[in-house]
Design a protein around this ligand. Structure first.
Ligand code: GLA
Length: 374
């Protein structure tokens, strides 16, 4: 749906007058998977051609009226009395963001809004964070507030952790608020410091290929990995109080600890994945896309064998992608189904065609393919 159609729809719903527009992009993550909830490094970017758009008109009272143009649904609630809906409903995102802002002491005013989220649900490019960030922008503007980007991201994460009930890290929300066209964001998730790194968009292409499968246990397995990582850190601290963060611990220290085989694998992944993000940062700075690709494949192997968050469909897309000549590929996001990221040189058309065909042949599922505009 183009901007004009959305504006026309807004006017037909709420009458003539001013319209304010905000948007928040979906995100990709080049490397640094399952590192953000232990204060590690990540390398995400906002997706310029896949965004959550919110058109709104501030109100002078506490009412919020929303129309979701993609799913043709409406929501109306009062900011004076917010009750959450059953888990899984999109309506909990605007409500949770309002609750998190109010809990932090901000006085909110309502708005009439029209929502159009281009970010597909469950494709691993963070529809939740884009939804949260777009609503945060709308509440902030309609209430005449001024919050710095990091504050917006941490409040949106709080909304998701506390009110939506998903224990996600900070990567997705930070990527959405900090997105800068043509750039990746090197983010330190402990100190929330960051810098931008340019990506050569003229010679290289990034694709997201969605397996279209989602394991039923995804949410509980994600929380289980978090708990394992935290248990490992507790043990490590007991023996090595000199390390504040897992990312500071050398591999040989992990190898000498007496840990269960599972915890050992989990910690090894996190420690080595953080090192890979640092290497990827240098590779990107030096324009070494071959090295970057190798790091992506290594990350996938580690997520598959050490962190154990992959599945046959993800492995197939990565292994077949390698065979078809991409520079690098790996599962992206939490895993257990969801999406893969592929780095290619030049025109990706025949790569897309072949990979789609082979995947369909093997799993009888057509994968979701997204060409990413950085
Ligand atoms: C999900 C979470 C992120 C991050 C990734 C794994 O996308 O929302 O915070 O933990 O999984 O890297």
């Amino acid at each position: 749906m183009d901007k004009q159609t959305l504006r026309d729809k807004f006017l037909s719903l709420y009458g003539s007058g001013d319209i304010v527009e905000v948007s928040a992009p979906g995100r990709i993550n080049l490397i640094g998977e399952h590192t953000d909830y232990t204060g590690g490094y990540v390398l995400p970017a906002g997706i310029q051609n896949i965004q959550c758009h919110l058109l709104f008109r501030p109100r002078h009272d506490y009412q919020v009226r929303l129309y979701d143009a993609k799913f043709d649904e409406t929501l109306e609630f009062s900011l004076l009395e917010i009750t959450l809906d059953p888990p899984g409903s999109w309506t909990n995102y605007p409500k949770s963001v309002a609750l998190a802002l109010q809990e932090a002491g901000y006085e909110l005013l309502g708005f009439d809004g029209l929502l159009y989220n281009e970010v597909p649900i469950g494709a691993g490019i963070s529809s939740s964070a884009s939804l949260e960030v777009a609503h945060a922008h709308a509440f902030i503007k309609s209430s005449n507030l001024d919050l710095p980007p990091k504050r917006i991201a941490t409040l949106c994460q709080r909304a998701e952790n506390k009110f939506v009930g998903v224990q996600c890290g900070i990567m997705d929300q930070m990527a959405s608020v900090l997105a800068k066209p043509g750039n990746f964001i090197f983010l330190d998730t402990h100190y929330l410091t960051y810098h931008y790194l340019e990506f050569d968009t003229t010679s290289f292409t990034i694709l997201v290929i969605d397996t279209k499968v989602k394991r039923a246990l995804a949410a509980s397995e994600y929380n289980k990995r978090r708990a394992e990582a935290e248990a490992g850190i507790e043990l490590l601290k007991r023996h090595h109080p000199e390390y504040k963060l897992l990312r500071e611990v050398p591999s040989h220290v992990i190898n000498k600890l007496s840990l269960s085989p599972t915890l050992h694998k989990r910690l090894k992944h996190i420690v080595e994945e953080n090192l890979r993000v640092l290497e990827a940062e240098s590779a990107l700075r030096e324009g070494d896309y071959i090295k970057l690709g190798e790091l992506l494949f290594e990350s996938h192997e580690s997520l598959r064998h050490l962190y154990e968050v992959s599945c046959p469909e993800l492995n197939f897309l990565v292994d077949t992608g390698k065979r078809l000549g991409c520079l690098g590929a790996r599962l992206m996001g939490a895993g257990f189904g969801g999406a893969t990221i592929h780095l290619l040189k030049g025109d990706p058309s025949s790569y897309i065609q072949e990979l789609t065909h082979l995947y369909e042949d093997k799993f009888r599922i057509t994968p979701g393919v997204y060409r990413i505009s950085l």
